[in-house]
Ligand binder design. Structure first.
Ligand SMILES: Nc1ncnc2c1ncn2[C@@H]1O[C@H](COP(=O)(O)OP(=O)(O)OP(=O)(O)O)[C@@H](O)[C@H]1O
Length: 245
């Protein structure tokens, strides 16, 4: 069974579609890059998969995975860093699904939290509040939380934005480890070199799918140009789909 199937999926805001006519499926264990120009609907697609946005039309089948069993890394800009929470507690939130919001954190859990923090190079940061972290340290914190979540489906929205090369390499190594464990991973990325080097399959989105398949066949100059033209020509005030389905 595929991890995800989209059937004539349309997602949008207040009836303005941002993703259109998406059909296809993501196999279990796939490592898929989602690329496209600004405003192409990439974040919108992840929000739809995680269940934060209801389809305007069509369906998303999640292959038996419940929305709360999906690990989701939002764009770092969407996280309120002024919230006075310590790094340790932020990472521990990865266990909430198991422990419940007010569930006791057992000794073994404490060891797992520490191990996750070490794995992303954050040992010693336990008591720092998230507002005092650099962008890269915050991204590492979020990855540590994902490690604890132990999800089969992992959605990453621009995980390498605003981080240095070493942090990016560390986080990429984590993604590869998850891929080796046959987890299904979708990552929204802008750096096409990273995609070409590390992501076997790619979905090129420009409000509608432009190409979807093996990365070398998707990231051609023709397809990239077409994606840019489609996005630039898009009328944001357009109503519900006028194109014949
Ligand atoms: N909460 C919202 N309300 C209304 N419109 C929105 C909302 N979020 C996004 N949009 C619009 O939906 C379209 C797709 O946005 P989305 O964030 O999915 O694009 P993206 O491909 O992730 O872009 P980027 O590369 O810039 O992050 C854009 O036109 C955007 O302005």
């Amino acid at each position: 069974m595929p991890a995800l199937t989209f059937r004539t999926l349309t997602l949008g805001y207040e009836r303005h579609p941002a993703v259109h006519h998406l059909d296809g499926s993501v196999a279990e264990g796939e490592l898929l890059a989602v690329v496209g120009p600004n405003g192409a609907g990439k974040s919108t697609l992840l929000k739809g998969i995680v269940g934060a946005l209801r389809p305007l039309d069509g369906v998303i089948e999640r292959g038996g995975v419940k929305a709360r069993d999906i690990a989701y890394l939002p764009q770092i800009a969407e996280i309120d860093r002024s919230f006075p929470i310590a790094v340790y507690d932020m990472v521990a939130m990865g266990l909430w699904r198991r422990a419940g919001l007010f569930g006791a954190i057992a000794g073994t859990d404490r060891a797992r939290i520490k191990a996750a923090m070490s794995a992303v190079g954050l040992a010693g940061f336990e008591n720092r509040t998230i507002g005092t972290l650099s962008g890269g340290q915050m991204q590492r914190t979020l990855f540590a939380r994902l490690l604890l979540q132990d999800a089969r489906l992992i959605l990453l929205d621009e995980p390498f934005t605003a981080i240095d090369a070493r942090t990016a390499a560390d986080l990429l190594a984590l993604i590869k480890r998850w891929h080796g464990e046959r987890r299904t991973i979708l990552a929204v990325l802008h750096d096409l070199e990273t995609v070409r080097a590390h992501f076997p399959t790619t979905l090129l989105l420009a409000r509608e799918p432009v190409a979807w398949g093996p990365t070398p066949q998707v990231l051609t100059p023709d397809n990239l140009l077409r994606a840019r033209h489609i996005t630039e020509a898009w009328d944001d005030e357009a109503g519900v789909c006028e194109r014949a389905a």
